[in-house]
Design a protein around this ligand. Structure first.
Ligand SMILES: NC(=O)c1ccc[n+]([C@@H]2O[C@H](COP(=O)([O-])OP(=O)(O)OC[C@H]3O[C@@H](n4cnc5c(N)ncnc54)[C@H](OP(=O)(O)O)[C@@H]3O)[C@@H](O)[C@H]2O)c1
Length: 268
């Protein structure tokens, strides 16, 4: 995998997260190319990571084994239309565009026998802690390439039915925003109780980080960890009683359902 030639079409936030992960995991920068419509953006990526850059998508894929389509969903059709006669048999095309279904990719590329992989990543990939969920019915060689690239910026998982990507989008794709909202509200509440802004932010943010590590590393379920810090009649119990009373669990459940519904609408 270390000799894979990888081209990113679109050099935005998600592409940068994946490029940074690949380089940190030892992938040679000369084997990575990024193409974008914005020359200033390419200069930044070139200076930061020492990778190849191209303004022209067709030139960018000339030596690629694997293409990562990292443009906005509304730009996908135009980009694929432009690339469709230049992709080669045996290439892997990984799309991270939210809501762009496999049938839409196949409509443009099936004749070229490119291995297609759809991925729903999330923004913690920017700090190497992403959660990417992959879907593909291509040969293993294509799946292995996609797994290699996405695993360099976090954890990966596979779904065997494309429809599950709506729920994935709702839980992990949009999920960072739910945790950011909680941190935001906790910080504001701390400030309202008289703490300086910086301290309130540090308390909320470090608590999020520590709790996240416990969730991932302790091997215990979230409910068990919550019970562990909730002494009957104590301060945590007082807070949780109020949060349940205010409908927090049901609001989160409704939010996740709304995100899944919106994902279905956007991909229709
Ligand atoms: N951010 C997330 O949380 C998240 C999560 C999961 C999936 N995704 C998916 O990841 C994809 C990328 O998201 P992002 O946040 O990285 O977007 P982004 O920052 O807007 O990056 C896309 C880049 O592609 C460039 N571009 C536009 N048209 C192009 C073309 N024809 N050829 C080459 N480059 C072109 C854009 O330039 P201009 O800005 O000048 O148009 C921009 O620099 C999206 O499809 C999104 O659905 C994002």
């Amino acid at each position: 995998m270390k000799t894979l030639n990888i081209t990113f079409i679109g050099g935005g936030n998600m592409a940068e997260a994946m490029i940074s992960g690949l380089i940190a995991s030892g992938h040679q920068p000369e084997l990575i190319c990024v193409s974008d419509v914005n020359p200033e953006r390419l200069d930044v990526l070139q200076a930061q990571y020492g990778i190849q850059t191209e303004l022209d998508n067709l030139r960018a894929i000339q030596h690629a084994d694997t293409i990562v389509l990292a443009v906005k969903p509304q730009q996908v059709d135009e980009v694929l239309h432009h690339l469709m006669n230049s992709v080669r048999q045996g290439m892997t095309l990984i799309s991270i565009a939210a809501g762009v279904v496999m049938a839409r990719l196949e409509a443009k590329l099936s004749a070229s026998q490119v291995g297609l992989v759809r991925v729903m990543p999330n923004t913690p990939a920017l700090v190497g802690e992403g959660m990417s969920v992959l879907y593909s019915h291509a040969d293993d060689v294509h799946k292995e390439r996609a797994a290699y690239i996405l695993a360099s910026s976090g954890k990966i998982a596979w779904v065997d039915e494309e429809k599950h990507l709506h729920a994935v989008t709702a839980v992990s794709g949009s999920g960072p925003a739910y945790f950011f909202l909680l941190a935001e509200v906790m910080q504001a509440a701390g400030e309202a109780l008289g703490l300086p802004k910086e301290l309130a932010a540090q308390l909320a943010n470090q608590t999020a980080l520590g709790s996240g590590k416990m969730l991932v590393e302790s091997g215990r379920e979230a409910a068990a960890l919550r019970t562990q810090v909730t002494s009957p009649g104590g301060t945590t119990q007082a807070a949780l009683d109020e949060m349940y009373e205010g409908g927090m669990p049901s609001a989160v459940r409704k939010g996740v359902n709304a995100a899944s519904k919106r994902s279905k609408e956007l991909s229709a």
